[in-house]
Design a binder for this molecule. Structure first.
Ligand SMILES: Cc1cc2nc3c(=O)[nH]c(=O)nc-3n(C[C@H](O)[C@H](O)[C@H](O)COP(=O)(O)OP(=O)(O)OC[C@H]3O[C@@H](n4cnc5c(N)ncnc54)[C@H](O)[C@@H]3O)c2cc1C
Length: 484
C-alpha cells in the first residue's frame, strides 16, 4: 500500500520528498509477501462472497462490479509503469491463471447458475463459462474432479483471464523504482514507535534497529501504511477521526503442496463456498501460484485466533489496542461475534485429519504426505462505532484521514492488495483535495490510468480498449499450462 502511494505521489508531483520507514530488514515480508497471502488478483471472477444471494432469491452483483473495476484500475497503473519501464518483466509479479468457482449440491449449483446469469449482464464478466458437465469440469480442474462421486451434482464457472499476483515481488519492484528517484529515501530496520503533532508538522519517533538509536523525524504529511501495525500508530496520533476504531486479528494457515506431480496437474484458482459461520476471508480455495518463476499449489485458508496484529508482532498487540475510546465498539463487536470467535477457536483446534478432510472436499484423492501446513499473514479486521449496535466488525478496508489531510491510515485488508491503487487514489483525494482537482494532476492521472474519472462498469467500449491494452502490456495473453 505504501509503495503504491509513494509511486502515485511521485508521478503526480516529482518534486516531493518521501521517506519510507520499514521495521523489518526487507520490505513486503508481512501480509504482502507471496506466501503470506493467496495472490489472487481479486476481480470477483470466482469469489462467491462478493455476490450474496438476496432474500428474494436474486444475486446481488454490485460489489462484484465494484471490485472488478478496482482491479482493472490496478492493472492499468501497473501496465503504465511497465510501459514507462519503471517496472520490468510483468511475469515476475502477475500471471494469467483461470479463476473458477466450484460448488456441489443442488442448492449451491442453482445459486451458481443464477450468479453466472446475473454477471453475464455486464461486459466486465464477458467470457465467463458455466458448466455442470463432469467431463467439461474434469478438463478444467482434473485434480478436483478425480475420484468424485458421479451421483453428486456439481457446477463451476470459469474465467480464463484470472490472475495470480506476487504482491511481494510487485512491492519490492515498486520500492526499487522509488529508491532510484531523486528525493526518496528508504530506511530498513527503522521502526516508527510514536506519532504526534509538533506545531504544524507531525513528529515521528524512529528507532534505528541496526544502529540501536532513536531519532525524531518531522513530516508535513504522514501515511500510516503499516498493515496490522497501522492501528496502534493511528491511536498514538490522537486524531479525532481515529477515535473508536479497534482491530480484531485473524490469522491464516495454508496446506502447501509438496508433490510436483499434483502441482503440475492443477492450473487454476478454484474458489468454493464458505462454511456456515465462517468469515468471508475463510472461503476455501485451491490455488495455483506462480512465485519466482515456479508453479506452486496451496489450499486454505484455515483461519485462526491470535492476539498479534502482525505475523512478526507481539501477543500484546490486541490487549494494548483496547483504549477508553474503543472499549464500547470492541465489546459490542465481541458480543455480536461470539459465533465467529467460536468458529476461529474451532479452526485453531482442528486436527490434521480434519484439515485433510476439508482438502478432500476439493481434492478427493488428497494424501497427508503431499501437503505441509504453513502460516499465512495476519489480517486485522476493522472494528468501528455504530450508532445502533455500539460497534461493528467489518471485513473491508477503511481509509482514515485527519480533517486537514495531514495524516492518514489504512485499516483492514479486504479485498486487499489487488485494489491498492483505487484505495490509494481515494486516500490522495482525501488528503490532497485541491491538488487532486487541479488540471495538472487530473491530466497526469488520466495518463497513468486511462479510465480514470470514467466508469468501466457503464462504458463497454472504454472497458474493451483499456483491458486489451493492459492485458497485452502485462503479458497476460497466454494461460499457464493447465494440468491433464
Ligand atoms: C491470509 C491472507 C490472504 C490474502 N489473500 C489476498 C489475495 O489473494 N489477494 C489480495 O489482493 N489480497 C490478499 N490479502 C490481503 C493483502 O495481503 C493485504 O491487503 C496487503 O498485503 C496489505 O498491504 P499493506 O502494505 O497494507 O500491509 P503489509 O504488507 O503487512 O505491510 C506493512 C508493512 O509495515 C511494516 N510495519 C508495521 N509496523 C511498523 C512500524 N511501527 N514501523 C515501521 N514499519 C512497520 C511491516 O513490517 C510491513 O512491512 C490476503 C491477506 C492475508 C493475511
Amino acid at each position: 500500500m505504501s509503495a503504491t502511494l509513494g509511486v502515485l505521489l511521485k508521478e503526480l508531483d516529482p518534486s516531493l520528498t518521501l521517506e519510507i520507514f520499514e521495521s523489518r530488514d526487507e520490505v513486503a515480508t508481512e501480509s504482502s509477501d507471496a506466501w503470506n497471502n493467496a495472490g489472487t488478483g481479486h476481480a470477483a471472477l470466482c469469489e462467491l462472497n462478493y455476490t450474496p444471494e438476496k432474500a428474494d432469491g436474486s444475486v446481488d452483483v454490485s460489489k462484484a462490479l465494484q471490485i472488478n473495476e478496482a482491479f482493472k484500475v490496478s492493472k492499468q497503473f501497473w501496465a503504465f509503469l511497465v510501459e514507462k519501464e519503471h517496472l520490468s518483466k510483468p511475469r515476475t509479479f502477475i500471471n494469467r491463471i483461470p479463476h473458477l468457482s466450484f460448488v456441489h449440491g443442488a442448492k449451491d449449483c442453482a445459486y451458481l447458475k443464477k450468479r453466472f446469469e446475473a454477471l453475464q449482464k455486464n461486459h466486465l464478466f464477458e467470457g465467463m463459462q458455466f458448466s455442470q458437465d463432469p467431463v467439461q469440469l474434469a478438463e478444467w480442474m482434473p485434480l478436483v474432479m478425480d475420484g468424485r462421486d458421479p451421483a453428486e451434482p456439481v457446477a463451476a464457472t470459469r474465467m480464463t483471464i484470472g490472475t495470480d499476483v506476487n504482491f511481494g515481488a510487485l512491492t519490492r519492484s515498486l520500492v526499487a523504482h522509488l529508491k532510484k528517484m531523486p528525493g526518496v529515501t528508504v530506511h530498513l530496520q527503522h521502526e516508527i514507535s510514536d506519532v504526534r503533532r509538533e506545531g504544524k508538522a507531525w513528529r515521528l519517533d524512529v528507532i534505528d534497529r541496526a544502529q540501536n538509536r532513536r531519532r525524531p523525524v518531522l513530516a508535513k504529511f504522514v501515511f500510516l501504511g503499516a498493515g496490522g501495525g497501522a492501528l496502534p500508530l493511528l491511536q498514538k496520533s490522537g486524531i479525532r477521526e481515529g477515535r473508536g476504531f479497534g482491530g480484531f486479528p485473524v490469522s491464516g494457515q495454508w496446506l502447501r503442496c509438496l508433490n510436483p506431480e499434483l502441482i503440475a496437474r492443477h492450473g487454476a484458482k478454484v474458489y468454493g463456498k464458505a462454511a456456515i459461520g465462517a468469515p468471508p476471508m475463510s472461503v476455501p480455495h485451491l490455488d495455483t501460484r506462480m512465485i519466482d518463476g515456479k508453479q506452486g499449489l496451496l489450499f486454505g485458508p484455515f483461519a485462526g485466533f491470535t492476539t498479534k496484529y502482525l505475523k512478526n508482532g507481539s501477543i500484546l498487540d490486541f490487549p494494548l489496542a483496547i483504549k477508553p475510546d474503543n472499549l464500547v465498539p470492541m465489546t459490542a463487536a465481541a458480543l455480536q461475534n461470539i459465533p465467529l470467535t467460536k468458529y476461529l477457536i474451532g479452526q485453531v483446534l482442528q486436527s490434521p485429519q480434519a484439515r485433510l478432510d476439508a482438502l478432500k472436499e476439493f481434492v478427493p484423492h488428497a494424501k497427508m504426505g503431499d501437503w505441509k501446513l504453513e502460516h499465512a499473514g495476519q489480517r486485522v479486521q476493522v472494528i468501528k462505532k455504530d450508532p445502533k449496535k455500539g460497534g461493528i466488525l467489518q471485513f473491508g478496508t477503511e481509509v482514515i484521514a485527519s480533517k486537514d489531510g495531514s495524516i492518514a491510515a489504512l485499516l483492514g485488508a479486504s479485498p486487499g492488495a489487488s485494489t491498492a491503487v483505487s484505495i490509494m487514489l481515494k486516500l490522495i483525494g482525501d488528503c490532497f483535495p485541491d491538488q487532486m482537482k487541479s488540471p495538472a494532476w487530473q491530466a497526469r492521472l488520466r495518463e497513468m490510468i486511462p479510465s480514470y474519472g470514467q466508469s468501466l462498469i457503464r462504458d463497454a467500449k472504454l472497458h474493451a480498449r483499456v483491458t486489451t491494452w493492459a492485458r497485452s502490456t502485462l503479458d497476460l495473453r497466454d494461460e499457464v499450462a493447465v494440468g491433464k
